[in-house]
Design a binder for this molecule. Structure first.
Ligand SMILES: NC(=O)c1ccc[n+]([C@@H]2O[C@H](COP(=O)([O-])OP(=O)(O)OC[C@H]3O[C@@H](n4cnc5c(N)ncnc54)[C@H](OP(=O)(O)O)[C@@H]3O)[C@@H](O)[C@H]2O)c1
Length: 257
């Protein structure tokens, strides 16, 4: 039983932003556990999917999720490729950092669109496919990727980003409540620091990097195995009774206080 309930064979999973960074770590883990993965990227989708196909069935879909219309079009493309979606992983995200006094108004719309509005649209538009995959004892899943920036205050000067992630955490609970009667669970993973382009500004400065690690109770950044294991669990039968949950994946930053 232990082996089987973590396997993802026969499950079709969409990972937005799955060609790079955390999304690629997620896609690799899911393929390794037996899933069919559909991934999106603004420009690297087909190349990444071809590379990842060595691990399992993987398809790339180009999508720039900068507008609501693009999210609706992506859902239409997904409907053309599958009649069941077992897991929707809203991983694509963007940030914008600037000092408070000069924080630009133009930062807000793109950050909120990619980080909050798009996950909502994909949940709404893909609900029929998720419903087709969900069962009472093994619901379909929506996994949103939040951030510790949306939970605590970390002095990142990324005001729109932090607010967008806090909004996504709450939106996840709203969606979980709405979709539970349809055999769809929704949870949010709240990562701490992982080594991707988004955190390059922390790792490129020795002092900033050391301070960031000092602040993590487990004294290290997260790894591909950390995010991969968590996503496999939350996509599998092993987590069938979990919905509306916020799963901190941050080495203790938000829990050990
Ligand atoms: N790294 C961390 O420590 C950390 C911590 C907390 C939360 N997170 C969250 O983890 C998720 C992945 O971030 P990351 O760390 O992997 O950063 P990243 O390397 O900068 O990747 C961002 C991802 O989002 C996609 N994306 C950005 N703008 C997009 C747009 N307009 N349309 C479609 N896709 C878009 C990118 O896709 P393409 O470039 O391929 O188009 C890329 O896959 C984000 O939601 C982020 O907020 C990361």
């Amino acid at each position: 039983m232990t082996d089987d309930i973590f396997r993802l064979d026969g499950r079709t999973i969409l990972v937005t932003g799955g060609a790079n960074g955390l999304g690629r770590m997620i896609a690799e883990a899911l393929l390794g556990a037996g899933a069919r993965v559909l991934l999106t990227s603004r420009k690297d989708a087909e190349t990444a999917a071809a590379e990842l196909s060595a691990l399992g069935p993987c398809e790339g879909v180009n999508a720039n999720l900068a507008t609501p219309e693009a999210a609706v079009a992506l859902a239409e493309e997904i409907r053309a490729r599958t009649d069941k979606l077992h897991v929707l992983i809203n991983n694509a995200g963007r940030t914008w950092g600037a000092p408070f006094d000069s924080y630009p108004d133009k930062a807000w719309a793109p950050v909120m669109t990619v980080n909050v509005h798009t996950p909502f649209i994909l949940a709404r538009e893909l609900k029929p496919l998720l419903q087709a995959a969900g069962k009472p004892d093994d619901p379909a899943r929506i996994l949103n990727i939040g951030s510790i920036a949306g939970r605590g205050v970390h002095g990142l000067d990324a005001y729109a980003y932090s607010a967008s992630k806090a909004a996504l955490h709450h939106l996840t609970r709203e969606i979980a409540t709405e979709l539970a009667p349809h055999n769809i669970a929704a949870n949010v993973i709240i990562p701490g620091w992982f080594p991707t382009d988004m955190t390059a500004f922390i790792r490129s400065d020795d002092d900033t990097h050391r301070k960031a690690i000092d602040n993590i109770p487990l004294k290290r950044f997260g790894t591909a195995r950390d995010i991969g294991g968590t996503v496999i669990f939350l996509s599998s039968q092993a987590s069938a009774y979990i919905t509306g949950a916020e799963i901190a994946l941050d080495g203790g930053v938000s829990g050990c206080r």
